[in-house]
Design a protein around this ligand. Structure first.
Ligand SMILES: [Mg+2]
Ligand SMILES: [Zn+2]
Length: 202
């Protein structure tokens, strides 16, 4: 059933135009999205995922634009939270990451992109599974973390979401690496995650 707003629009239409005004009681909810393996393809070698190296290797996964559109229509602020340690390790430039994100923003309506460029030995506060990217974004966008979700394809994403107090979705591609501890939902794609997130907010 579709609700109709006073302006005669469906709530979906209204949400698309004013995604920030539909969150109940002014407390905004977010969906934090990991990037590689959630929005765009990873390269997998020996069962382990690797981020694309060149801008031309940055390829979106099927139907992610539509999945994000549905999440926005349900009132969620969309924030990408990504570790890009190849930059800190000197294997990739920030310019390459920027040009990938230009491409991403052209195809998918995203409110913010938060990036950790560090490697483990930098001991920063933002490299997932630490929650720094999510906490900073929550402050900047007035997000209520307990009503928000983190979606990712690795244990670090689920760990960061849990540390920030969010509910978590693990997109399981059967990588040969440790699995996350007790994600709330396990699916095989971002598209599959959407109904779980939306039904949690009703
Ligand atoms: Mg990933
Ligand atoms: Zn960091």
């Amino acid at each position: 059933m579709r609700e109709i707003t006073s302006a005669g629009q469906t709530t979906e239409q209204a949400a698309e135009q004013f995604p920030r005004k539909v969150a109940n009681g002014g407390a905004r909810r977010a969906v934090f999205l990991d990037r590689d393996g959630v929005l765009n393809q990873n390269t997998v070698h020996n069962g382990r995922p690797y981020a694309p190296k060149r801008t031309e290797d940055f390829v979106l996964l099927p139907k992610v634009g539509e999945a994000v559109r549905q999440l926005r229509a349900a009132g969620y602020v969309i924030i990408v939270a990504t570790n890009q340690p190849d930059v800190g390790a000197g294997l990739q430039t920030r310019e390459t990451v920027d040009s990938m994100h230009e491409r991403l923003r052209r195809e998918v309506l995203i409110d913010d992109i938060r990036i950790c460029f560090h490697v483990d030995t930098d001991n920063c506060d933002c490299r997932k599974p630490k929650p720094g990217l999510l906490l900073d974004a929550a402050k900047a966008h007035s997000i209520e973390l307990s009503r928000s979700w983190m979606i990712g394809d690795r244990w670090r994403d689920v760990g960061a979401g849990q540390a920030a107090g969010c509910r978590t979705v693990f997109i399981d591609y059967d990588y040969s690496e440790p699995r996350p501890d007790r994600p709330d939902v396990v699916v095989r794609s971002l598209v599959e995650a959407v109904p779980f997130v939306i039904s949690s907010s009703m």
